[in-house]
Design a binder for this molecule. Structure first.
Ligand code: ZN
Length: 103
């Protein structure tokens, strides 16, 4: 929108715009760029107006460790999940009388 120009940083308008938006669209809220005041999406990695990086790029080691943690968690929980399913099936079969001797 051409009517919405950049808000000068440090002014009252910038301060108002920098307040956290409380509403259902909070995740899509626009935040003013600290350098040029241009409203930028929270999800943007850099300001489209002055190219100021808004978020530090995630380190590769962090992503690697997170993936490893997920893999370890999956390896740990998948056997337990199948064990619980087997146990539940056994309990249900018992409750349904599958293990009772036929009369
Ligand atoms: Zn900017």
């Amino acid at each position: 929108m051409s009517s919405v120009g950049p808000v000068p940083a440090g002014t009252e308008a910038w301060f108002e715009a920098s307040k956290p938006w409380r509403g259902p669209m909070a995740s899509n809220a626009l935040v003013p760029c600290p350098d040029c005041g241009q409203l930028v999406s929270r999800l943007a990695e850099a300001c489209p107006s002055c190219a100021r990086p808004l978020r530090a790029p995630a380190p590769r080691e962090g992503l690697f460790l997170r993936t490893m943690n997920q893999a370890v968690a999956a390896t740990f929980w998948i056997p337990i999940f199948f064990l619980l399913v087997l146990l539940g099936t056994g309990v249900v079969a018992y409750l349904l009388g599958y293990f009772n001797p036929p009369r």
